[in-house]
Structures are given as structure tokens and as C-alpha cells.
Design a protein around this ligand. Structure first.
Ligand code: CO
Length: 210
């Protein structure tokens, strides 16, 4: 297990390596960031946003929480979303779940853990909405992984429904919301094909789920 001194030494080496290939790297980033992407992902340590998609500092705006939720009453998520859309003007928001998500599994296992059970409540609602499909799958990994996908779809819908996003589209701003799932098994991302890039797409999704 690395010590804190190890981490500081690694940081110094990383900083030196960055400036060795690009001497202006930090001075340029210090002036401004202009990321084109907002990543909404799980806090899980095995899903490090920038590393997975090979992006440098400055290229990815990141919001992470347990089970990659986009709850419409969460001030933290909403502040990140508004800043990303209104100020940074990101072109893509990706909600990124991951198979084997402990948060998703914990939402429906019936074990009481405290505050996090309330945080995970929206996933229980997703489960209820898709109970027939989910319970047709074998209990365990297969069912939980499908719930991970359905949760991502639901959070994509939440992001697309948000007034910051709706207003951006009304202004003619280019903005797409995507649903991805990451595999801990092989490190690969799967695009769930639920991209919404305007009010028509959102309306179609609402009609489909009605
Ligand atoms: Co997770």
C-alpha cells in the first residue's frame, strides 16, 4: 500500500513528466479550462474518469457520486450541471454507470445501511418500474447489471429533463446527453444508445416510457 509520502513523490514526478513534454501545460491550464465533456459517474475507485477515456486535465468536467445519480433536487449535481452547461458550454454530458456497481446492488438488497439507503432511493424506483423485466433475469449479477443499465437510462432522462438543459436547447446550444456503462472486467465502455440531443429526443423518450 503506498504511503502519503509515496503519493507526494508520485505527484512531483507526474508534474515533471507533464512539463517535460509540454513546458506550458500548467500555465495554459491555469488561465482557463475549456472542457467539452461533463462526466457524471460513480465514486467507485475502479472507475477513474479521465484515465478511462484518455483525457488530460482540462478536458473533462467531472461529477461523481455513489451510483452515478442525477437527482433533480441535489444542489451539488445541479450546480455542476449548470456551470458545465451555462458557463463551460460543454457539448456532451455522459452519465457513466458501471457493471458490478455496489451502490446499485445495495439499493435493492434489503440491508439497512443508513443515509445511503435514502440516497439510493431513486434506483429502487427504477427497479419497481422495470420489475417484470428484471425478475425474469436470474437473481444476482445478471439482474444487477441490467439494473445498472436501466439506472443510467433513467439518469440520462433526468439530465435531459433538467431546465438548464432544456433552456440550453431552446437557445440553440449544441448539447447531447449520453448513457454509457463501464465494464470492470475488461475496462471497456459500452454506449447504451440512449443519446438525447434535443427536445424532440427527450419527448420521444418520455412517450416511449409512458
Ligand atoms: Co458504483
Amino acid at each position: 500500500m503506498p504511503t502519503l509520502d509515496d503519493l507526494k513523490a508520485k505527484n512531483a514526478a507526474w508534474s515533471r513528466a507533464k512539463t517535460a513534454v509540454d513546458p506550458d501545460f500548467f500555465t495554459r491550464l491555469e488561465r482557463q479550462q475549456s472542457p467539452e465533456y461533463l462526466w457524471i459517474g460513480c465514486s467507485d475507485s475502479r472507475v477513474p474518469a479521465n484515465e478511462i477515456v484518455g483525457l488530460d486535465p482540462g478536458e473533462l468536467f467531472v461529477h461523481r457520486n455513489v451510483a452515478n445519480l442525477a437527482p433533480p433536487q441535489d444542489a451539488n449535481y445541479l450546480s455542476v450541471l449548470q456551470f458545465a452547461v451555462d458557463v463551460l458550454k460543454v457539448k456532451h454530458v455522459m452519465v457513466v454507470g458501471h457493471y458490478g456497481c455496489g451502490g446499485v446492488a445495495a439499493s435493492v438488497d434489503g440491508v439497512r445501511r443508513g443515509l445511503v439507503d435514502h440516497w439510493l432511493h431513486p434506483i429502487r424506483e427504477v427497479y419497481e418500474a422495470h420489475r417484470t423485466e428484471l425478475e425474469a433475469l436470474p437473481a444476482g449479477r445478471q439482474r444487477t447489471d441490467r439494473l445498472c443499465e436501466l439506472n443510467v437510462e433513467r439518469q440520462v432522462r433526468n439530465v435531459a429533463a433538467d431546465i438548464f438543459v432544456q433552456d440550453a436547447w431552446a437557445r440553440g446550444q449544441q448539447l447531447s446527453v449520453h448513457g454509457w456503462v463501464y465494464s470492470l472486467h475488461n475496462g471497456r465502455i459500452t454506449d447504451l444508445g440512449v443519446t438525447i440531443d434535443g427536445p424532440e429526443g427527450y419527448a420521444a423518450l418520455v412517450a416511449r416510457d409512458a
